[in-house]
Design a protein around this ligand. Structure first.
Ligand SMILES: [Zn+2]
Length: 72
């Protein structure tokens, strides 16, 4: 009776792979709207930074956060 469990596992793994694949895609494709605040990301910013997902404001905020985190 391992079949059902195996199927469930396969499905979960498939979902995970799909998720990861979608995340990788983000790196090469810029988003039109910021994932943080839904503001439109300027076309120039999208072109200069392939895979950009945030507007300038959110990017700065994230960088400050990351910086604070790295200092710990
Ligand atoms: Zn934003």
């Amino acid at each position: 009776m391992a079949d059902v469990a195996d199927l469930a596992n396969d499905s979960a793994e498939e979902q995970l792979n799909l998720h990861l694949a979608q995340r990788v895609q983000f790196q090469g494709e810029s988003l039109e709207f910021c994932i943080e605040c839904d503001e439109e990301i300027p076309a120039l910013r999208r072109r200069t930074l392939p895979g950009v997902t945030t507007c300038v404001d959110c990017q700065q905020l994230l960088e400050v956060k990351n910086h604070a985190y790295a200092k710990r």
